[in-house]
Design a protein around this ligand. Structure first.
Ligand SMILES: [Zn+2]
Length: 276
């Protein structure tokens, strides 16, 4: 399909889902609208941590991190659901979700974000940090961006980190950046979110990944148009790990070793933020 450049989209070439080739089959997939579940999703790396307590009324004894792997594997097949307009903050609406981008050889952003989120979850869980994921597999639809924000809010998360990868066809475009809500709509979107974004920027850069040469400045991007950030009442940031259309970054993202490197630096940055 045609790829358009959208400067202010979370992922440069995110496209809306194509029209369905055939009517969707009812009952095969449902949009996730349930409350946050424990991070031990099917297929997730094993964890020896016991099942976490329910979010409601939890004692404030440990840190909680919500990881939000961008998009979902079933989005492209359910355009009616993911193109539905939902609240995006600042009085605007946006499509429920998008399909995300991919490398030129077809490795998808949703698979990348899912895999990296699993690895970050494993690393944080090993430190005793409770992790909640906004989706439980890479085959479902959604959840919508506003529902993802609600998961972080309802969990009273100490940090909410969305994981994405960009898809710019601009020549030479490469590098990561971290977005945060600006101007802030509440206190948590102010200094806490800016600090979280900065910790992620510092950690990912220290891990050897170059900052973006085409979006943001010095690896940071204050944004007013990202629904998940606008709707968050918790410290929140969105990492665009790199450009999937850049050959070198596509190679890293397509390899387990590369994904582990991304995950390790993201997990360390989150832990550093929580410990600060
Ligand atoms: Zn994305």
């Amino acid at each position: 399909m045609a790829i358009g450049l959208t400067l202010f989209a979370a992922c440069g070439v995110e496209t809306a889902a194509p029209p369905a080739a055939s009517p969707s089959v009812p009952g095969t997939t449902t949009v996730l609208t349930t409350l946050p579940q424990p991070s031990s999703a099917p297929g997730a790396p094993s964890s020896s941590a016991p099942p976490p307590p329910p979010t409601t009324g939890r004692p404030k004894t440990g840190k909680v991190v919500v990881l939000d792997p961008g998009h979902n594997g079933g989005n492209s097949g359910r355009p009616g659901e993911i193109n539905k307009q939902v609240p995006a903050g600042r009085g605007k609406t946006k499509p429920c979700n998008t399909t995300g981008t991919s490398t030129n050889s077809g490795y998808s952003e949703h698979a990348f974000t899912w895999d990296v989120a699993q690895r970050v979850s494993e690393a944080l869980s090993a430190k005793g940090i409770r992790v909640i994921l906004t989706r439980q597999n890479d085959t479902g639809v959604g959840p919508c961006v506003n529902e993802r924000a609600a998961i972080g809010n309802d969990a009273e998360a100490d940090a909410v980190v969305s994981i994405h990868a960009d898809g710019s066809n601009s020549a030479g475009a490469h590098g990561f950046h971290v977005a945060y809500s600006a101007p802030p709509l509440n206190a948590q979107q102010g200094e806490p979110s800016a600090k979280l974004a900065t910790a992620l920027r510092d950690g990912i850069r220290a891990g050897g990944f170059p900052t973006s040469n085409y979006l943001g400045a010095n690896g940071l991007a204050p944004r007013a148009d990202l629904a998940g950030l606008n709707l968050s009442t918790r410290p929140a940031a969105l990492v665009e790990c790199g450009n999937m259309r850049n050959d070198a970054e596509a190679a890293a993202m397509s390899s387990e070793e590369g994904r582990q490197q991304y995950a390790a630096v993201i997990a360390k940055a989150i832990a550093d933020y929580l410990a600060a």
